[in-house]
Design a protein around this ligand. Structure first.
Ligand code: ATP
Ligand code: MG
Length: 392
């Protein structure tokens, strides 16, 4: 029944002369999202609105699912577009529309007519009254409620006539491409994919870096991270994933420094390397899935020690979230099932029984001094030998 979707978007942050940038980014993201969907779509701005028109047959469910992953959309309204063939024909078509769209007519409605084309013979008040009456006459179970109707029957008179009453909630946020780019530290856990999703939702493009430690971490563990990147990319658009071999660095720290500091030292080198890759790729910040108090490496003292080595801002969207809340988001966005697959992570392999929870910055610095120039060589090699995987 529907050949078109009216895309509703929030305008709060984008009023004024930059509005077109926001709209153009949204159009691009809608096109990207609809590309893999069965069917051909034309996405365009028309009279200050965005529409996705299907040309010929298409998969409705799939199209709606794809649109629901586009940031910047607040609602998706499937719309029926009619030729103007007089008011009598319009009434018949609106009745046929309601009949097809709602099996059960025990509901209340309100007509919301808008006459954008001023030469239409009836004004909007008259259209409301006359269409309302026609609908009431057609369906004995239906009632009018002008205050809190179950459905708003929108009828917009333009060159053509647009009829819609359903509003499917969208993902919200800002279209990807309106903020800048950030580098996500993506592990195989639950948190980091959610963190990436949240920053992308604010309009940022993301790339990602994953530290693996073969042979201690397996190919399957790496594949899991690639899979997670692909799942996040369904929302954020393509992600370039940098896979950094961290084994030598990890082993060297393990052999040289006190074991209770291992996690913090590793985390500092991860941040340094991630920042280097971020700067090479025009990223404006780093993203992690850290949350205060979740583990020893995420106490406020540990976060301070990790943060110290970065000059770029580190975005930590989950910083105040409880684990359960993070799990709920990961279930909602579809990363949870992959995140809980039981493959080893490089952080967990050499982990000490009693890691420091209140690292002292001076003590940490002294340990790093012991690593000397050799660690810089290792960092350089790790950067040079990194593998790039396109997650789309
Ligand atoms: P997650 O569920 O995201 O793995 P976590 O609770 O296991 O997080 P940590 O292992 O302490 O926490 O990691 C904290 C953050 O550091 C992660 O959210 C992620 O951003 C980053 N991180 C940890 N391990 C890696 C890794 N192997 N590669 C890339 N980033 C990592
Ligand atoms: Mg982890």
């Amino acid at each position: 029944m529907y050949q078109s979707f009216l895309i509703k978007y929030a305008e709060i942050a984008t009023k004024g002369k930059n509005r077109y940038l926001f709209e153009d980014a949204l159009v691009r993201q809608i096109r990207r999202a609809l590309k893999p969907v069965e069917g051909t779509f034309r996405v365009c701005k028309e009279q200050g609105r965005i529409y996705a028109h299907a040309e010929g047959t298409y998969d409705y469910e799939e199209a709606v699912e794809a649109l629901r992953r586009v940031f910047g959309i607040v609602a998706i309204c499937p719309v029926v577009i009619l030729e103007d063939e007089g008011f009598e024909k319009l009434s018949q078509d609106v009745i046929a529309y309601l009949d097809a769209a709602y099996a059960d007519k025990h509901m209340t409605f309100k007509v919301m007519a808008r006459r954008a084309r001023k030469n239409y013979p009836k004004d909007s008040c008259t259209i409301n009254a006359d269409l309302g009456e026609a609908v009431l006459n057609a369906f004995p179970d239906i009632r009018v409620d002008v205050h809190r109707p179950d459905i708003y029957l929108n009828v917009e008179i333009r060159e053509k006539i647009y009829v819609y009453s359903q509003s499917i909630p969208g993902a919200g946020g800002m279209p990807v491409g309106t903020a800048g780019k950030a580098m996500l530290l993506l592990s195989g856990g639950i948190d980091s994919p959610v963190a990436g999703y949240m920053i992308a939702k604010r309009g940022a493009k993301i790339d990602a870096v994953y530290f693996h430690a073969p042979p201690y971490t397996s190919e399957r563990a790496k594949q899991k991270v690639v899979d997670l990147a692909k799942l996040v990319a369904r929302y954020s658009g393509p992600i370039e994933l940098h896979v950094v071999n961290f084994t030598d660095i990890q082993m060297y720290i393990y052999d040289t420094c006190p074991h209770d500091q291992l996690t913090i030292l590793m985390r500092r080198y991860m941040m340094r390397i991630a920042e280097q890759i971020a700067l090479e790729n025009d990223c404006l910040g780093l993203i992690t899935g850290e949350s205060i108090g979740q583990v020893a490496s995420q106490t406020m003292q540990s976060l301070m020690a990790t943060n110290e080595v970065c000059t770029l801002p580190v975005y930590r969207p989950l910083i105040a979230f409880d684990k359960q809340d993070i799990v709920e988001i990961s279930e909602k966005i579809g990363t949870y099932e992959t995140s809980i697959l039981p493959y080893e992570d490089c952080c967990t392999i050499f982990v000490a029984k009693h890691p420091v929870t209140k690292p002292n910055l001076k003590v940490i610095a002294r340990s790093e001094e012991k690593l000397g120039g050799r660690i810089d060589e290792m960092v350089k090699t790790a950067l040079e030998t990194r593998e790039k995987i396109w997650a789309d």
